[in-house]
Design a protein around this ligand. Structure first.
Ligand SMILES: C[S@@+](CC[C@H](N)C(=O)[O-])C[C@H]1O[C@@H](n2cnc3c(N)ncnc32)[C@H](O)[C@@H]1O
Length: 277
């Protein structure tokens, strides 16, 4: 069977779903270790039995709900490559705005410590370390040992130094002094939201769900920050569900009354981030 025929067969499954067709092309490019454009130019090239079987197996998985990123084991974030596994959340394009915002703010300082709580694949802190350079110190914290292993590999691939630690929120962060930037894209969904959303069913629940109202982890984070006397000069940015905008303000004001809360919208005009400083 040729490349063109293999794709034609796969397209039939996708029917009118253009995104699935694109994903099928990316999968074949992944199997053949080539660019997507190679497939289009070389559509008459014969596929070996081994490649064809591997491709068909992956297409089957794609249609049973596996996200493309888990099948290829990688996803681009802020223009850089990141490994992902079913132990990590797949980095989302909307989270790239956190890097933009923190980068601009941190640039005003000559020295600072940046801490990513719930680092997952490490996409946020590694992007910031790549953008801001060696004058700053970087921590990536996560409660999942498996996610931390992926994050460590990603730091190597992207050639940056980040201190990764197994930690329940900030509990594993050593005592700090000076300016601190805390970035948190913690789980913020409810069980009901996760059940409704088919596209995320293969992602780890521990990276998605946070108590009855989806805000348990952020509430605990605020509480830890209120208790840590060494962490006074902090700038905190959290990613939230748009439905939590009001709640984020109320809870931040309750636990951190000396701080100001600002809500930021994402590119779709939805409240997606809260800055607490
Ligand atoms: C929504 S994912 C975000 C991952 C990554 N920051 C990103 O933006 O792609 C949340 C991450 O928080 C971690 N996590 C959940 N509860 C935690 C806790 N109590 N302490 C530290 N990390 C936690 C999960 O293991 C997961 O990696």
């Amino acid at each position: 069977m040729t490349i063109g025929e293999a794709l034609k067969n796969a397209y039939q499954k996708a029917r009118k779903d253009q995104n699935k067709k694109l994903e099928q092309e990316l999968l074949l490019a992944f199997v053949l270790d080539c660019d997507r454009s190679f497939l289009l130019i070389n559509h008459q090239q014969e596929l070996s039995k081994e490649y064809l079987e591997r491709y068909q197996e992956l297409v089957k998985k794609l249609f049973s709900g596996w996200p493309l990123a888990y099948l290829t084991g990688e996803r681009e974030f802020y223009g850089r490559p990141f490994l992902v596994s079913p132990a990590t959340l797949i980095p989302r394009p909307e989270s790239e705005m956190i890097v933009d915002i923190v980068k601009e703010e941190a640039k005003k300082y000559q020295q600072a410590v940046l801490v990513d709580v719930g680092t997952g694949s490490g996409c946020l802190i590694i992007s910031l370390a790549s953008e801001l350079g060696k004058d700053f110190k970087y921590y990536g914290l996560d409660i999942s040992e498996k996610a931390l292993k992926v994050a460590k590999d990603n730091a190597k691939i992207n050639r940056v130094k980040v201190n990764f630690k197994n930690s329940n929120l900030l509990s594993g962060l050593p005592k700090q002094s000076g300016q601190l930037f805390i970035i948190a894209n913690l789980p913020y969904l409810t069980k009901e939201q996760v059940v409704r959303e088919v596209s995320i069913k293969k992602e780890p629940r521990s990276a998605l769900i946070s108590g009855k109202d989806g805000f348990k982890d952020y509430r605990n984070l605020f509480e830890q920050l209120a208790d840590r006397k060494d962490l006074r000069d902090f700038y905190l940015i959290i990613e939230i569900d748009p439905s939590q905008a009001k709640l984020a303000k109320i809870e931040a004001n309750k636990y951190l009354p000396n701080k100001k809360v600002e809500l930021i919208k994402d590119l779709r005009g939805k409240h997606r981030f809260a800055i607490i400083k």
